[in-house]
Write a protein that binds this ligand. Sequence first.
Ligand SMILES: [Zn+2]
Length: 240
Amino acid sequence: MPLLAGASDLLPLAMNGVWAAGDRLRNMANLLQRIRQRNRAVVEALALANRLVADNVREATVLKSGYIDVLEGISAGQRQRLEREAKIRWNRSAVVRQMTSTDWVCPVAGRTKFRDSWGEPRHGNRRHEGVDLVGFRGDPVLAPVSGEVSHRWDTIGGWSFDLTTVDGDYYFGTHLSGFGKSGEVEAGDVIGFLGDTGNAEGVHLHFEYHPGGRENPVNAYPIVDIHCTNRVEMGLSLYD
Ligand SMILES: [Zn+2]
């Protein structure tokens, strides 16, 4: 088996393994079994990754340095492609974790309506990197998960909150009319109030989810779609 093929199976396993070491270990063991006869170098690389996963490393940086060692010997282009694929899988599993979490709270407490507008073009050559939850001015904005909250003025969005979880995930919300609790918060705590500050057209919460930290936005629509149960159809008025 060529080294690249071995590595392309391995990398997503190594990354996902942070979250579900048990299953991944079994997969890794099977993979090792399959490859063992064919390529000594790959076997050694996989053994290294196997140990990393076995240690159930939670810190992505440690894991990252591990798989970079593992991938030594393949070209930069191949490595980039593998990392991109692994990131997509990792992001997808992060979204599924939030979708299936029983602790996740809809960030808008009152009646709200929203649609999937991920990636739509915006002014200044930007893309829409969040979901817009339309609601009533002054309605509470809730922490979707527990974490550390701070507030600030964003030059585009207006009054905003930043929320970082212990796992390093990052949430951003903007266009607020006022601030709520900051510092350590629990899921469901009031951390702000709906408004239309910044570049908002109409009262809404622009809401973003970045698994693993800032600069990694993913489409949060499937998450709010599941958890925001006080939802009004897009075509209807919030007052109906
Ligand atoms: Zn928006």
